[in-house]
Design a protein around this ligand. Sequence first.
Ligand code: DOR
Ligand code: ZN
Length: 331
Amino acid sequence: MDSLTIRRPDDWHLHLRDDDMLRAVAPSSSVMGRAIVMPNLVPPVVTKADAVAYRDRIRAAGFSNPLMTLYLTEDTDPADVVAAHAEGVITAVKLYPAGATTNSASGVRDFDAVRPALAAMEEAGVPLCLHGEVTDREIDIFDRESAFLDKRLEPLRKAHPSLKLTLEHVTTKDAVDYVRAHDLGATITVQHLMLDRNDMLVGGMRPHYYCLPILKRARHRDALLEAATTDDRFFLGTDSAPHPLHAKEAECCAAGCFTAPLALPAYATVFDEAGALDRLEAFASLNGPRHYGLPPNDDTVTLVRGTPDIPPKVGDVAVFDPARPLTWTLQ
Ligand code: DOR
Ligand code: ZN
């Protein structure tokens, strides 16, 4: 097979930032029909009014179909969330455990404090996207996702059995197993399918591979690839997270891989390596819409064999370099 035409994909987890950065990176996601846009701006997107204003700035920057999210805080007004969803302003709400990642200081410390908001969302059918990591100092960073499943997700799921959950950017076999056992939805990034922690740490430390949740062992990557290529509960979410070069190549480097410019060719390359190109359309274009109760995109995109021409930088942001050739490109 030298050419592959699939329904136009969507990105179910994307950071577009704001202002100059937004204008610089928005065109890099133009192949995506829609994108769930993360709300971790400074200050975060917390209210319906914030989401309306941010949506308009994204459209003005040239990305036409953003699906907005609200950043859940301990002060979130449940009625505002429900209204934002009912009026079609937002697609989901994002829960960041406080301190888990970039701009998560306003996130949730006390999970009991967000119970009223979660109950209202459950009642009104508002989906919840989860950054699934605990932040306790004593929990090793490589164990933070698996600890989240037992300590946070299990009680949350039991308290709100009808709440629609998306476990974002899963990175462990433990998370894959949990998603399957409880029939959740989950996104998988392309860097977590391509790389393991050796790629980041052996022979020198590569800051452009540092993201959160952090890259794990090869056996976890294998489990992610198996899930992405066989199971309709898993779908494309790049977590493309641009940071300026000086923030990545720094004494204390920011978390995030800017994968948007090569995301689809890179996913196609790993699916091809796994002998699963016939499953790319489900992962990239069908499973996400089904999870969110939306129709797939009407039009198609075509990938052909070949090496894409990827710029090393977009503005002041280094583009993710998987350090191996990509074998599919957009026609
Ligand atoms: O690596 C990451 N970068 N993980 C996240 O969860 C947030 C993101 C960002 O906003 O930079
Ligand atoms: Zn993210």
